[in-house]
Design a protein around this ligand. Structure first.
Ligand SMILES: Nc1nc2c(ncn2[C@@H]2O[C@H](COP(=O)(O)OP(=O)(O)OP(=O)(O)O)[C@@H](O)[C@H]2O)c(=O)[nH]1
Ligand SMILES: [Zn+2]
Length: 335
């Protein structure tokens, strides 16, 4: 099974039993997971231990890419009993004030941030996606899709590279096949690549192009009158050359959850500047010897990028504060 390694095998070992199997979650619909096991695909609902954990922490709910222990009961029901520890996870915060984390996918090696070249979204949106990708613990790559629609793809790609230090930026087209070989090379026959991004930027089309078959419905197919919910939709698909792609549902709201490290990676240039400020606790407002202010003044750090950094940092801190309050309240409720 794709991505099944020694660490996963070791974490399954204590649960190994005649009625238990290890499998990888392919997709989840309303509390039922499609799980790929050595014996084939199964549909499994949440078992009691999973229900209990999810009640305390919604991020413990199984999601695409998870390794889990499934149990087959005497009446042939199958349940997910445990989610094995995640190596990596893409997490966002749910919409609204609740400030809960929602795991988008797990155990991926690469996070492809999918951004269409046409129309290109705001730079701050790309930075936000990158912070989320870095935070996952997996390696981000930036996939600029729909390259066939623009004539100046190289220039735009160079601009985008400035937003993404240490991230490979690849132009791709599901129409012409541009860039697909490089993406396959990165997957290298064994890795799991997640595609994250806003709806409509071409994640499903790219997945189909990588697979070489229409395994996922794209916008045209969804909009043909049969409605958006097609039962064949899967999220984790195996690639013919080995490896897997997880096509995540388009993210509409992109609230940050925990993202401190992700922000630090995304804005490594700003972190490097701040490290050289005269005062260790420089707030980069008016302090003498502030390297951030100097870079803003001479234009090496664009004002827009700085504001994007400040905004994401604020948002993450506010989210952490709310989470803290809620935990304390829960503790009080339990007495
Ligand atoms: N010209 C061109 N159009 C593309 C390309 N990739 C996707 N599209 C079009 O862009 C639209 C959205 O593509 P999807 O693959 O459905 O986008 P998605 O990101 O999966 O969207 P969600 O599933 O809603 O998250 C469709 O009309 C596609 O035909 C491409 O490489 N070139
Ligand atoms: Zn400073």
């Amino acid at each position: 099974m794709i991505g099944y390694d020694a660490a996963t095998a070791a974490s399954f070992a204590p649960w190994d039993a005649a009625d238990a199997a290890v499998g990888r979650v392919v997709r989840v619909d309303r509390g039922v997971a499609s799980v790929l096991t050595e014996q084939g695909p199964v549909r499994a609902s949440w078992g009691a231990p999973v229900l209990q954990r999810v009640a305390h922490d919604p991020t413990e709910a199984p999601c695409a890419g998870d390794w889990c222990v499934v149990r087959t009961w005497p009446d042939h029901r199958v349940t997910v009993e445990h989610v094995l520890p995640r190596r990596t996870a893409v997490v966002r915060s749910t919409a609204g004030k609740a400030a809960e984390g929602q795991v988008v996918c797990a155990n991926v090696d690469l996070v492809g941030v999918v951004v269409a070249l046409h129309p290109l979204p705001a730079e701050s949106r790309i930075e936000r996606l990158l912070a989320m990708a870095w935070q996952s613990g997996a390696r981000p790559v930036l996939l600029l899709t729909k390259a066939d629609l623009v004539a100046d793809g190289d220039e735009v790609a160079d601009d985008v590279r400035r937003l993404a230090p240490d991230v490979e930026v690849i132009q791709v087209s599901s129409r012409t096949g541009l860039g697909l070989d490089r993406v396959r090379e990165l997957v290298d026959g064994h890795a799991t690549l997640a595609l994250v991004g806003t709806s409509g930027h071409g994640k499903s089309s790219l997945t189909n192009a990588l697979v070489g078959a229409e395994v996922l419905p794209t916008r045209e197919i969804r909009d043909d009158g049969r409605g958006r919910h097609t039962s064949v939709r899967r999220e984790l698909v195996l690639l013919p050359g080995g490896g897997a792609v997880i096509d995540t549902p388009g993210l509409r709201s992109l609230g940050m959850f925990e993202a401190e490290e992700g922000i630090a990676h995304t804005f490594a240039d700003i972190d490097a500047l701040a490290a050289r400020c005269r005062f260790d606790d420089c707030a980069h407002r008016s302090e003498p010897g502030c390297q951030v202010l100097a870079a803003l003044a001479d234009g090496t750090l664009p004002q827009r990028r700085w504001e994007s950094y400040v905004q994401l940092t604020k948002e993450t801190a506010a989210m952490a504060a709310r989470r803290h309050v809620r935990r304390q309240r829960k503790r009080k409720d339990r007495g």
